[in-house]
Ligand binder design. Structure first.
Ligand code: CP
Length: 308
């Protein structure tokens, strides 16, 4: 049986192209399963998974939990806000206490970049990064590419622009790695202050004119401003940001071609995109969410097969 080259999913940076194709082929199977009347398979009846979230989440947390339950794994959930972390317990102590309850896999979201990498070196469990600060969000990038493949047939050769707060976005970095591995052409677009200086060294183009960027692309992935990570002001006002980098329906309809609109969520409606763009037939935002369950089932299933 084909297997992943990694024991943990810490970032797209650690995957190769074959890993991504294997995850997609496995997700194709699970997507078919979750559209049946009986949506559950017994594959992981002997596996226990802890979802530990040190940061807020709606989509990722629910999607992982549903994916695990669809695979028949036993699931425990941990939210830092209601835990003994508030009494000063360290990350390693917290996780080792959870693991002593015979847990096999840890899905973790954490505000600090590299938290998953750190944990993988100190505990004996398979670690899945569900977003670590402004570093990586690998399952989001996988479900994004999977959704492009589903909509346009392939990712290779497609022009994809990522618009907005690239500097603070883990979704942007993971998407850049994933899209480049699959042979897509990638540009980033946003205010210069929100584009990291090193971004061109990742093999992506930079465009600060939104109309030019959207007329070039097949797919626009519209990111939100990560207000929770802004230490200073990176643009004059939200209104001015929206005027230069927001997409409304009139703007979308005035482009040279029909493009696909994506967004990882949560959307700030009226800032990066208006409601009539988010809810338009060009938007695949809810398809992304649906595909997230199949992708996470595939990731967990493939990693579980590597647990000794
Ligand atoms: N896309 C994403 O990570 O959303 P949540 O923060 O709601 O999980």
């Amino acid at each position: 049986m084909a297997e992943l080259s990694v024991k943990h999913l810490l970032g797209i940076k650690y995957l190769n192209e074959s890993d991504i194709q294997l995850i997609f082929e496995t997700a194709d199977h699970f997507k078919e399963v979750i559209n049946r009347s009986i949506k559950k398979v017994p594959s992981l009846r002997d596996i226990t998974i802890a979802n530990i979230f040190f940061e807020n989440s709606t989509r990722t947390k629910l999607s992982f939990e549903l994916a695990e339950k669809r695979l028949s794994a036993d699931v425990i959930n941990f939210s830092a806000g209601q835990s003994s972390v508030k009494k000063g317990e360290t990350l390693i102590d917290t996780v080792n206490n959870i693991l002593s309850m015979k847990v096999d896999m840890v899905v973790m979201r954490h505000p600090n970049p590299g938290a998953g990498i750190f944990l993988s070196k100190h505990v004996n469990a398979s670690i899945v990064n569900a977003g670590d600060g402004a570093h990586e969000h690998p399952t989001q990038a996988l479900l994004d590419s999977y959704s492009i493949r589903e909509k346009l047939g392939d990712v290779a050769g497609k022009n994809v622009v990522i618009v907005g707060d690239i500097l603070h976005s883990r979704v942007a970095l993971s998407n850049i790695f994933a899209l480049k591995l699959q042979g897509a052409n990638v540009k980033v677009c946003g205010p210069k202050t929100l584009l990291p200086k090193y971004v061109e060294s990742l093999g992506v183009g930079v465009e600060t004119n939104l109309r030019k960027a959207l007329n070039w692309c097949d797919v626009a992935n519209m990111l939100r401003i990560q207000n929770e990570r802004l230490d200073i002001s990176y643009f004059p006002t939200t209104r001015e940001y929206t005027q230069q980098f927001g997409v409304n329906k009139a703007f979308l309809d005035s482009l040279d071609k029909e493009i696909v609109i994506m967004h990882p969520g949560p959307i700030n409606r009226g800032v990066e995109i208006t409601s009539d763009v988010a809810d338009s037939k060009q938007s695949i935002i809810l398809n992304q969410v649906e595909n997230g369950v199949a992708i996470r089932m595939a990731v967990i299933y493939l990693l579980a097969s590597k647990i000794k």
